[in-house]
Design a protein around this ligand. Sequence first.
Ligand code: PHE
Length: 466
Amino acid sequence: VSPPQLTIADQDYPKDSWTNVPASILSQYGRSLHTEPNHPLSITRKLIESRFQNFRHHNDLPGVVTVHQNFDSLGFTPDHPGRNRTDTYYINKDTLLRTHTSAHEVDIFHANTSDGWTLSADVYRRDAVDRSHYPIFHQMEGALTWDRSQYATPGACTEAIRQSFNHLPKHDLVVEDPNPTFHPERNPRQESHHSAAETEIIAAHLKRSLEDMVVTIFTAADKALAASGQNAAESKEPLKVRWVEAFFPHTSPSWEMEVWWRGTWLEVLGCGVIQQDLLIRAEQPNRIGWAFGLGLERLAMLLFGIPDIRLFWSRDARFLRQFDEEKGLRRFMPYSKHPAAPRDVAFWLPRGAEAEGETVIAGTEASTSSAPNAAGGRLAEPSVDTSTHPIFHENDLMEIVRNIAGDGVEDVRLIDDFVHKKKGRRSLCYRIEYRSLERTMTAEEVNGMHEKVCRELVEKFGVEIR
Ligand code: PHE
């Protein structure tokens, strides 16, 4: 019988039916990689902070927050899919591991200690297993606001933002930005709070600042690489970014920035004009401004050429000794790759769970991870017979595998999904790539882990292995 308490960083929390934080997550809690000296995530954070000189930088807010902070304070609707237990680690019904650094926005605006601030921290999401997703990653939140009450008229405030915009550094980055700043349906301006002129200038300021941030860090990277005699293979292609319309409950209009890298667009951040209701909630009704949230791993992988997100968690000297703040940026030199050991698991879902034959399974596409959990993907609605077992969700398998194989798993993906018409049952097959970054695993070891995975699927979800 498990104890009715969960202890995290010496603090006890009562468990309830919402509790779903596994031991594998708790064991990594509090490592604070983004402040570990010479860690690539810390180097990346500092590089970005250097672009935001007059900002205040917060780096040590603990990861346990309330449901209110993480969702309600930002205007997430009660039925927002990000709240699902399939996507979020709950400590109990009121407390969770933050899914994004935005969880602290209202508190920081409320404290009002600086116009501009950044906040870097670890965030937690139940998600796919592959080389760019890990259930813990790091975000940097940033915001800049102006206080209308400091100006004689709202127009004077707008003018001050324009002045500030005019002083932002110019750059020759290639930028694709095909859409109007706001669009009544797709990306609305907050009409009851902001004039069109305000929205336009805040948006322009936001976009230019973030473009400049990208230029700053990639230029620093190029210089450092040239100095160390290493040549970035990617640097032959000119740096290119694009702005894509987006939706976040706490900004409007909103965008994502993508960076062109090795032939694909890579999403690196979400941002927008801060919802005025949020600032009102923070008792700053006169402030207006912008906010962004970016994934530090994504940018660090680009800057250092790190091919697998698990490496950030490595305690292996072959990884850690490659990074040195004093010596400047170096490209990561992969050490030998150990062989992969693929194993498939095929199973029938319990009777009744095949009802939703067409259901999309969340996370089978390599989703980018800045939006808190897009569409949730249960394989059946709870209307089916769930008397004996909870309904299987893909993220449950991800977690079973992670708990058993730890960082010895590289990728889990669905390779087959069909409904047997006569039997009236649905079958799924997943391929699990076991591979350690640090050593070669024996076949017995892999088989042992795989058997455990199969057994747990049966025990927890009542599936029938084929
Ligand atoms: N919190 C958002 C996410 O994690 C990113 C974001 C931050 C978007 C701030 C807008 C403003 O997806």
